[in-house]
Design a protein around this ligand. Structure first.
Ligand code: AMP
Length: 216
């Protein structure tokens, strides 16, 4: 099989994977092994020329932009952070939905002057506050953002909110919506042209599965 008739799909591990695997199965694309029981990172699937790999969401855009993976599944939050110029984004899977929001300690008075904002999403946060005309000191963290305000590191955080329970458990409340988030399909630009014959029907199957799942 030449590289031109093989497709690699990069999936985001974790919460997105749990929701995306059933959708892929409905589209007729299922790994031949149990992904959760294997230490392998790349798997053959029920479609002979299609493999899936399972990686961190923040690495999915990189793999797809450089063409090591032809297709990716990744949250819109990470696409907004990474920038979307390097690939096409043809399909919203409407899964793993959540919101990118600002949050602050419950009842905190509005900050005057420069605002200290802790986040994993440095680019989104800089853009958002610049658009609001608010000057910030950005504090880049890689996790446990919810601790930053109570530890005196930040006035606000910018983070993913789903049920809001994580914020609440840490004495925080959501303030402003920056963007709604869901999982998206991205496609390498060259692969979309060169492997159109395989990719187009795959996208159609996934799109049909999304529509079927959305029906009441
Ligand atoms: P919750 O307590 O339900 O508001 O969930 C908040 C935490 O779960 C966040 O800090 C995120 O790290 C994570 N989370 C929730 N939904 C998603 C999602 N769709 N994609 C990625 N992370 C998520």
């Amino acid at each position: 099989m030449s590289a031109n008739d093989k497709i690699v799909i990069a999936l985001t591990k974790g919460r997105i994977l749990e929701e995306v695997l059933p959708l892929f199965e409905r589209a007729g694309i299922a790994p031949l092994e149990d992904i959760h029981k294997s230490r392998k990172l790349i798997f053959d699937t029920t479609v002979p020329n299609v493999q899936v790999m399972v990686i961190r969401g923040s690495d999915v855009p990189t793999y797809v932009e450089f063409g090591s993976a032809d297709i990716g599944v990744v949250g819109k939050d990470l696409l907004m952070e990474y920038g979307s110029e390097g690939f096409y984004e043809p399909l919203d899977l409407r899964l793993a939905t959540c919101r990118l929001m600002t949050a602050a300690p419950v009842g905190a008075a509005p900050v005057t002057g420069r605002v200290k904002v802790a986040t994993k999403f440095a680019n989104i946060t800089r853009r958002y506050f610049a658009e609001q005309g608010i000057q910030i000191d950005l504090i880049k963290l890689n996790g446990a953002l919810e601790l930053a305000p109570s530890m005196g590191l930040a006035d606000l955080i910018v983070d993913i909110v789903d049920s809001g329970n994580t914020l609440k458990a840490n004495g925080l409340e959501p303030l402003d919506l920056i963007a709604p988030v869901s999982s998206r399909i991205i496609v390498n630009k060259a692969a979309m042209k060169m492997k159109h014959v395989i990719i187009k029907p795959l996208l159609q199957r996934l799109s049909d599965a999304v529509e079927a799942s959305s029906r009441p």
